[in-house]
Each structure stands twice: as C-alpha cells, then as structure tokens.
Write a protein that binds this ligand. Structure first.
Ligand code: DLL
Length: 441
C-alpha cells in the first residue's frame, strides 16, 4: 500500500460519523460534562448564578450560555482546583510550562488515558503509521504532554517505539541510522535542527530509512514543511493539541493534508472573534475555544486556547466527516502590532522562506527605540548561498527585506548571518526576543 492511499487509514469508525449523528452525541456528552463539572466549585458557582442545570442542555446552542475558562482561571485554582474526579481515580498528571513560574496541572483518569492514546493513534494512522513501523519519539518525556501522549498512541497502533526523548541530536541521528527508524515524532523546529545536523555531518539524507514524521507542539508554516521535506526523506503531517484540553490528539492531518481533523466526538470546537467572543464566519480565522466532552479528571468548559486558526467543514477525500482546522496562524498573545499593522511571526517565517538562500533558522528581536516598535529579523543564509562577497549578500538581504514587506506590509530590519550561527531548538522554538520593556533609548 502506498503511503498516500486512503485505505486502512481510519483508526476508529466513528471518525466517519455523519455530522447529524455527531451533533446528537456531542449534546449528550456536553450534558454529562456539565453534570460532572458540578464537582468543581469554579463551575458549580457559575452554573448556579446562570441557573444552568445539566438537564437544561438540550442542543448545541446551549453552549452559548455556558461560561468560558481561561488560563488565568487555571492559575488561580492551581494546582487541582479543576479536578472533577475523586483524587484516587487519578492515574497521571501533566502540565504546561508557563512562562511565569508555576505550570498548569492537568489530571487523567485511567479512562482519560485510554481515550487519549486512541486519539493519538487516530492521527498517527491517518498520517501513514502502520504497525510494522519503527517510531522515534524525540519529544520531551515529562510534564509536557508530547512525549507520553505520542508514546501511548504509537503503542496503541502497535508500532515499535524508540523513546529517544528530545535532545542529544548526534544520538538521534545515530538511532535513526542504526535502528532504521521509519517515523520521527518531534516539534518541527527540532526536526529542522536534526536535518541541519545530518546535512552538516555529510550524511546522505536520501539514504535514511525515514518515511514519515508527525510534527506538532508549535506554530509552523507550509514553507517550513517544504524546507524540512526537502532535507529529510519524509512525508510530514501536522498535529495539534494542548495540555489543558488533553495534550496532542485534539486534531491531526490525514495523508490528504487538507487541514487537521478535529476529534469532534471528544471536543466541541468553536471559532470566535477574540474580542467580541462571537463566532466568526466559517473559514475565517478566529480563536479556537474548546470544550472537552469526555474528559473525566479535568474537563474544561469552553477553554480559550488563544490559538488563531480557521475552522471549516466539508468532506475530505479520506472519508472523515469531522470539522478541520487550518494551521495555527499564531497565538493572540504573539500577535505583534507594528505601526498599526497586525503581524504574526508565522507570516515573517513564510516571507523569509520564499527567498532562495534564506534558511529556516531565524529569530526576531523586538525593540522600542522611541515610541514605535521595531522588529529586527536575523536569518541564517544557507551554506550553498553564503558567500564573502558583500555585494551578493547585500542583494540577498534586500530580497529578504522586500519579501517581508510584501507579505506583512511592514518594513523590518534584516540582518543576515552565516550558517549555523543561531541557536537550535530541541523542543518548542523560542524565536522571539522581546526587549521592548527595557526601554532602550
Ligand atoms: O504542545 C501538546 C502537543 C504536543 C501537541 C505534541 C502536539 C504535539 P502545550 O505544551 O500545552 O501542549 O502547548 C499547547 O502549543 O495552544 C498551541 O499554541 C501550540 N501548538 C500545539 N500544537 C500545535 C500545532 C502541546 N500543530 C500550545 N501547530 C497550543 C501550532 C501548536 N501550534
């Protein structure tokens, strides 16, 4: 069977459930979730104030009456204020590392873990994984949901796991070669770092056994996918999730790569205007707001993800019927407002990668020398294009600058750097260095 055929790519028959039946299932599960959330003081109080009883949930329109949950709510109720199950039923904790101090803790019952591994199995199979494959998991194993989430998903599929964890790039490459790894699981930026090291070591990437990759955990662009697929012999698919909701497994691409299929039998997804909190028209970008309708330990109601993406329906050649999301364009808190123009870092990535000679290794620095924000884009030039001829480099820099202005509508300072001069990332990339609070005069 070719990697790209749709045969045997559905893990769970329910993924092809007609939308009309799905809606009935969602309402029933939403009602049960509200019932369960009565165990959580945060929700119990809000439901009492709004006079919401589980039995009053009769259609998906009732969702509008239900309250939102934010990251701040989770912080205020740290660590286990959102626990809806008795503590003795909890079998696992995970968390997201916040930028400020304490992580957000999420809990799982045995049933939650079982559902989670099935959800990961769904997107793995959808993206090409088969039981005879060997999968190298180069995500961190720990509080972060990437490592363990994917681990149990791969195990469910029945493929062999190399739990390499993130980091130690030389050893990753050795394992890929010696173990004949078929599929790589990590963040796209770590894949880029691995690809770069393979190239640097003079290894012929086309001779590697790699065939697939499952990337997620951070924003990346279509151009980044091309850049990685041009250096590694892989078919890379995208998967999305967040620890507050479950971890990886909220949505993922099939081999058609026409958007990430939401696992709508477990999550209700809304796409809202982040300011008015009203739904945006179908297909327009908005903030994803997700309700977990089967989670037992920490089921969140209308969780505001801050992730901006498009959500759309329609049939996919793979046969799945659930709604899909486009790539995450950015997080509403990552959006830069430069001289009145909204810019997401992903647009800058897209613009850079349109220029031959610009590598996917870049960083953005934000300063505010007077009253206006300034972005400096630092980008490595590819080894093939890098030269010590100043005129060549000036032309390249001008091309990059023009591409950025064209895509974003904003002029940015560009600095070009020799190959391998920027930091590489083993997990989620940190490409924005915000110095604006330092008030550089
Ligand atoms: O990153 C869960 C995950 C792990 C998903 C591995 C996929 C693979 P958190 O650490 O809680 O959980 O971070 C969640 O990461 O709100 C998005 O902003 C971002 N994110 C996750 N997947 C994608 C993706 C995991 N495919 C946050 N594209 C989310 C863009 C993503 N952003």
């Amino acid at each position: 069977m070719s990697h790209f055929s749709y045969e045997n790519r559905i893990w769970d028959k329910i993924e092809t459930l007609p939308q009309s039946e799905l809606k009935l299932l969602q309402v029933e599960r939403l009602r049960r979730t509200v019932e369960r959330q009565m165990n959580v003081p945060f929700y119990k109080e809000r439901y009492a104030t709004a006079r919401i009883a589980p039995d009053s949930i009769r259609s998906l329109d009732d969702l509008q009456r239900l309250p939102f949950t934010t990251k701040a709510d989770l912080r205020e109720n740290y660590p286990l204020g959102f626990l809806a199950a008795p503590r003795e039923e909890v079998v696992r904790y995970h968390g997201s590392s916040g930028t400020t101090g304490k992580p957000t803790i999420v809990a799982y019952t045995k049933n939650d873990l079982d559902i989670w591994s099935n959800l990961c199995a769904r997107f793995l199979v959808a993206g090409g994984l088969q039981p005879h494959h060997t999968v190298q998991i180069a995500f961190g194993y720990g509080l972060f949901t990437g490592g363990f989430g994917l681990h149990y998903g791969v195990e469910k599929v029945g493929a062999a796991i190399i739990p390499a964890a993130s980091g130690n790039t030389k050893r990753q490459i050795m394992l890929i070669q010696d173990m004949q790894t078929d599929a790589l699981v990590c963040t796209p930026s770590y894949a880029l770092a691995i690809a770069d090291a393979i190239h640097h070591e003079g290894i012929d990437a086309s001779k590697l056994s790699l065939k697939f990759a499952f990337f997620g955990g951070e924003t990346w662009t279509e151009s980044m996918r091309e850049a990685i697929e041009n250096t590694l012999p892989i078919f890379a698919s995208n998967n999305y999730g967040l620890s507050e909701v479950i971890g990886p497994g909220v949505s993922g691409e099939c081999v058609a790569r026409t958007g990430m299929h939401f696992q709508e039998d477990h999550f209700i997804v809304e796409c809202l205007d982040p300011d008015s909190l009203e739904p945006v028209p179908e297909g327009e970008p908005g903030e994803l707001v997700i309700t977990a309708i089967t989670k037992e330990a920490t089921p969140l109601m209308r969780y505001r993800t801050r992730d901006i993406a498009r959500v759309f329906g329609g049939t996919c050649p793979c046969g799945r019927t659930f709604k899909r999301m486009g790539r995450v364009i950015g997080r509403s808190d990552d959006m830069l407002i430069i001289r009145g123009v909204n810019v997401y870092p992903s647009q800058i990535e897209e613009a850079l990668l349109q220029v031959e000679g610009a590598s996917p290794h870049y960083e953005l620095e934000l300063t505010r020398p007077k009253t206006l924000d300034v972005i400096t884009v630092r980008v490595e030039i590819t080894p093939e294009q890098f030269s010590d001829k100043i005129s060549d480099m000036t032309i390249l820099k001008e091309r990059i600058s023009a591409s950025i202005t064209q895509v974003t509508g904003v002029h940015m300072h560009v600095e070009i750097l020799p190959p391998r001069s920027l930091k590489r990332f083993e997990g989620k990339a940190l490409r924005i260095n915000d110095l604006r609070d330092l008030k550089i005069e």
